[in-house]
Design a protein around this ligand. Sequence first.
Ligand SMILES: Nc1nc2c(ncn2[C@@H]2O[C@H](COP(=O)(O)OP(=O)(O)O)[C@@H](O)[C@H]2O)c(=O)[nH]1
Ligand SMILES: [Mg+2]
Length: 324
Amino acid sequence: MDSTIKKICEGDVRTASRLIRDIEDKRPDANTKIKKLYAHTGKSFIIGITGAPGAGKSTLTDALITEFRKLNKTVGVLAVDPTSPFSGGAILGDRIRMQRHAEDSGVFVRSLATRGALGGLSQAAGNAIHVMEAMGKDIIIVETVGIGQQEIDIINHAHSVVVVLVPGMGDEIQTMKAGLMEIADIFVINKANRAGAGQLQTELSTMLNLSPQTADGWKPPIVAVGDAFEPATFSENTAELAQTIEEHHLYLKQSGKLTERMHRKAMTEIKDALSSCLMEPLLHSLITSGELEKLSEKIKNRKSDPYTAAEEITEKFFQKRRGK
Ligand SMILES: Nc1nc2c(ncn2[C@@H]2O[C@H](COP(=O)(O)OP(=O)(O)O)[C@@H](O)[C@H]2O)c(=O)[nH]1
Ligand SMILES: [Mg+2]
């Protein structure tokens, strides 16, 4: 076995961290490593946590680490969030809080910054998750800011999706519209001691009752989590959240829906891989050769159309490939 792969499978933190950095930097040999690593992945349960910036995702993730460790599960955390305390610009309080897990060899926390080409972020996240899977982590938590399609792509790498909402942020309905409603398995109403929590809960339940998802056998539960600075109730609430996540995992296994989720994940991965093998090099060569500019000009002047142009491009691309 390749020594890097061997070390990662033994849980070596330095080797795993280096590969995650190479993935993030889009080094070409990172994909070669992932290919070799792939056979050692696929055993972890992957939880996606999404919601608006400041909704308390990192605080919840931190509390969930504690809960899962109590259950003797090893945990990997991947924060794909430029505003996250895990990534770079940590506020002192968050850094101190994370410190207690830093001592624990059963916990591995890494972040992905939005460095490099944006399009590759879902692929980078998927691959970083694979590294943690190969390390043998029982549970992997992926934290991501939930706004657009890109975040939904990232969350597709998860088996179970937790959407975090906060009363009074005025973003609840937008979050729903962004397509998170369809993808949520569990809702958290965070900072639930705040005004408007009850109303948010009512609105959400009404929406869930109208949603066809309820016919699916799993009605997304709503877990209310109180203030993070009230340790007693907060740990009680986060224990309930961990429990709900475990229940969803059990449901997925027993209903056969875990296979569907694995399929969804595989589809995302192959799309990501195709994009990095095909779309990215293709666009890169079209841009650097000036071809894209010329084609745009022709299309603009109605000397060509986008479909003919795309056909010509693909024809040329495959000819070149075959000639190789
Ligand atoms: N008052 C209050 N503040 C919280 C709570 N949870 C998190 N925060 C604070 O809200 C800010 C954002 O939290 P964070 O977990 O980083 O949110 P994220 O951006 O969703 O990851 C931080 O300053 C936290 O200390 C809470 O339950 N109550
Ligand atoms: Mg965060």
